[in-house]
Design a protein around this ligand. Structure first.
Ligand code: GAR
Length: 214
């Protein structure tokens, strides 16, 4: 069982999808702890309800980013965490932390990277006129929203979408993609070579997703 730590800052719907996946029989990972930098993060309740140790480490309590990240690191080590999942964790991590957890630290971002890194991805996709949107699970590197891609899922951008409707469609894809990516890693099927991942025994339908369709 791959011992996984999940870092959150808010609602925690992706955390909930990971908790649900880990609860299914035979799933090869378990959530060893959840850490939030915000005391009022809704996701903490998901952890507590699932009897997962939930910790608050407020970044504001620490004089520097490094001091904050040392506290995160110590808590992850305390729980013997082997893989860290960022799930709506809204702090930029320093190269120290990122390198310490290199290839053991993953993130989910609500766009098809490298398109639309950063915040407001859905509005940016709509404003650009993109016809496909989606999400990306990737290993974390020091550069924000950058790093070897493990998995992506695409959804259409529909006429009349606003930020909320598109975010909701992407979020449904996120809730499938993140557990699948965690499973692949826990099954030791993800290898990083020259900053690309290679997935053992990967399958995909091979079907194209068209928008518009005709
Ligand atoms: C998710 O859409 C996630 O992809 C995004 O924040 C949301 C968190 O929702 N993450 C980022 O934008 C990171 N760059 P959740 O708390 O319900 O999982």
């Amino acid at each position: 069982m791959l011992k996984t730590g999940v870092l959150i800052s808010g609602r925690g719907s992706n955390l909930q999808s990971l908790i649900a996946a880990c609860a299914t029989p035979g799933f090869p990972a378990e959530i060893a702890c959840v850490i939030s930098n915000k005391a009022d993060a809704g996701g903490l309740d998901h952890a507590r309800k699932a009897n997962i140790p939930a910790h608050v480490i407020p970044n504001r309590d620490y004089p520097t980013r490094e001091a904050f990240e040392s506290a995160l690191d110590a808590k992850l080590e305390e729980h013997n965490v082997q893989l860290v999942c960022l799930a709506g964790f809204m702090r930029i991590l320093t190269p120290w932390f990122v390198n310490r957890w290199r290839d053991r630290l993953i993130n989910i971002h609500p766009s098809l990277l490298p398109a639309f890194p950063g915040l407001d991805t859905h509005q940016k996709a709509i404003d650009y006129g993109a016809k496909l949107a989606g999400c990306t699970v990737h290993f974390v590197r020091a550069e924000m929203d950058h790093g070897p891609i493990i998995m992506q899922a695409a959804v259409p951008v529909l006429n009349g979408d606003d930020e909320q409707t598109l975010a909701a469609r992407v979020l449904q894809a996120e809730h499938k993609a993140y557990p699948q990516a965690l499973r692949l890693i826990a099954e030791n099927r993800v290898n990083v070579f020259e900053e690309r991942t290679f997935i053992t025994d990967a399958t995909a339908s091979g079907e194209a997703l068209f928008n518009p369709e005709a």
